[in-house]
Design a protein around this ligand. Structure first.
Ligand code: GLA
Length: 394
């Protein structure tokens, strides 16, 4: 990164930073209703080399791109950028600069920056490539602001603050109404641990998770089905949950216990809304059950039924799966996976499968064959393990 930066900008960067993508083990579509989630930061990360630049324009270049190679660099006035000024990939960078300015006020920072970005997190795979980009930019730019003004307000920004800056970018600059999980997982991930996050109190606990110790592996199956959160369905799910919360007069859907579910659902007017709420309530319960199992340090194979039930609920009650996801899950289960479910927002993206390590090739083959049989493009299958959250590389 440093070398490519030097070639492009003619001097060494002030530093290089990274932030990972994430996989969610369980707790899906609960993070915008005050619920519980259990993600892990993965080894695939986004990288940012950055330094101060002459003049007033911040320039962002990338080393990654699609088949046509990297897109051309984009530049903007860091001191004046506001939502609506930029769209596309550069909005995830400019939006963080904007959100940081909103958070800090007009503090002295470098008036202009040069940034160079690369990423290993596949775009559109439901692995939070956007949160990885936002968090990598947030840690990089904050470090440069601190360099200029070591005693200023940037000094006291915590990893949680930076995750919230990144989330603000996603919600208010890019315009995707996502919840808390992705940016907090990217900032707060810890090797060998899951992040057990309460999205109402914004408190968390790192829970040890070591599938390899039990002879298991966590596989990601990137279905390569197209997915887009900015398109309406995600926002519709969120709006339905918010409407149900108001109708039921509860502070958050997580206040409803499974024992009360039948009575609560009877108070909702539509069948569709009842199913959405049932998903959220049962999913929070499944997260609690998974955490209880992990704390008890029993056989991780006991997680299988909970992972499976999560997928089935997302398919039948929340209706966010698509054929690619269901086919991958069914094929993985038939080939002997301990449990398999979609991960992330749905409507495409990835599946996770917890498998016996010696079955992992058989599961991958079964999914590839099932995809070929349905005429789907081949999926990408790879193992993941919990990695570190965002930070400085050099
Ligand atoms: C997307 C969003 C997250 C979360 C998941 C579903 O990944 O960005 O905030 O809502 O969907 O759990």
């Amino acid at each position: 990164m440093a070398l490519a930066y030097r070639e492009r900008y003619g001097e060494d960067p002030a530093g290089c930073w990274r932030a990972p993508g994430r996989v969610n083990l369980i707790g899906e579509h609960t993070d915008y209703t005050g619920g519980l989630v259990l993600p892990l930061a993965i080894d695939h990360a986004c990288y940012v080399a950055a330094g101060p630049a002459p003049g007033t324009r911040t320039t962002v270049g990338t080393l990654w791109g699609g088949d046509d190679g990297p897109p051309p660099p984009v530049s903007f006035e860091a001191g004046h950028i506001v939502p609506g000024d930029l769209t596309g990939w550069a909005a995830y960078v400019a939006g963080v600069v904007w959100a940081l300015r909103e958070r800090l006020g007009d503090v002295p920072g470098p008036p202009a920056l040069n940034l160079l970005i690369d990423s290993e997190v596949p775009v559109g795979a439901g692995l939070s490539s956007s949160a990885a980009l936002e968090c990598a930019v947030a840690v990089a730019v904050t470090a440069l602001v601190r360099d200029v003004d070591p005693e200023g307000p940037a000094r006291d920004l915590t990893p949680l603050d930076l995750a919230l800056v990144a989330k603000r970018c996603e919600n208010d600059f890019v315009g995707a109404p996502t919840g808390y999980m992705d940016q907090l997982a990217s900032m707060l991930g810890r090797p060998g641990h899951l992040l057990y996050l309460d999205t109402r109190s914004l408190t968390w606990e790192h829970v040890p998770f070591d599938p390899a110790a039990g002879g298991l592996q966590l596989l990601v199956i990137d279905t390569r089905a197209p997915h887009a959160l900015v398109d309406g369905e995600y926002a519709v799910r969120r709006a339905t949950c918010e409407q149900a919360t108001r109708m039921l007069g509860v502070g958050a859907l997580r206040d409803i216990g499974v024992a009360d579910l039948v009575g609560v659902l009877a108070r909702l007017p539509q069948e569709m809304m009842r199913r959405r709420v049932r998903h959220v309530v049962t999913e929070n319960e499944r997260v609690r059950a998974v955490v209880a199992l992990l704390r008890a340090q029993g056989d991780l194979r006991a997680l299988g039924p909970l992972l499976n039930a999560s997928h089935d609920s997302l398919r039948d009650d929340f209706e966010v799966t698509v054929p690619h996801l269901d086919v991958a899950v069914d094929a993985a289960r038939s080939a002997g996976a301990v449990g398999a479910r979609m991960t992330g927002g749905g409507f495409g993206g990835s599946v996770i499968a917890l498998v016996d390590a010696d079955r992992s090739e058989a599961v991958a083959t079964a999914v590839r064959e099932a995809f070929a049989g349905r005429g789907f493009a081949p999926p990408a299958v790879f193992p993941v393990s919990p990695g570190a959250g965002a930070g400085r590389l050099s």
